[in-house]
Design a protein around this ligand. Sequence first.
Ligand SMILES: [Zn+2]
Length: 115
Amino acid sequence: MAGVTISQSNPQALPRVAVVAPDVEVYDTLAVYCPLCGQALEEWGTPRVPTTLLAPTFEADEVPVFGYRCPHHRREDVIVPAPAVIAPESYRRVEATLDGVDELTVALPPVIDDE
Ligand SMILES: [Zn+2]
């Protein structure tokens, strides 16, 4: 019987995480594009980003932010925080520093257990 290889993972092969500033075309539509490949990003979620990018100090090494994970990159995890203006009201706004953008306001889900 043929086995199914589920995992080819080893620690060295884990994808690199790249957190990049969103490319927002027009604020009318608030369409957000991946700055690396130019693809429109549609399914938002709460990918985790390293807290070293965020202005406030967090206990955790990474926290979820309102944003996207671009599905078009195989070698790395490309995370694109969404502009905070399109985040739900209840989300917490914090400043982030990403490559090429000094200050970008990103939104964190309201429920984060710091423990
Ligand atoms: Zn992309």
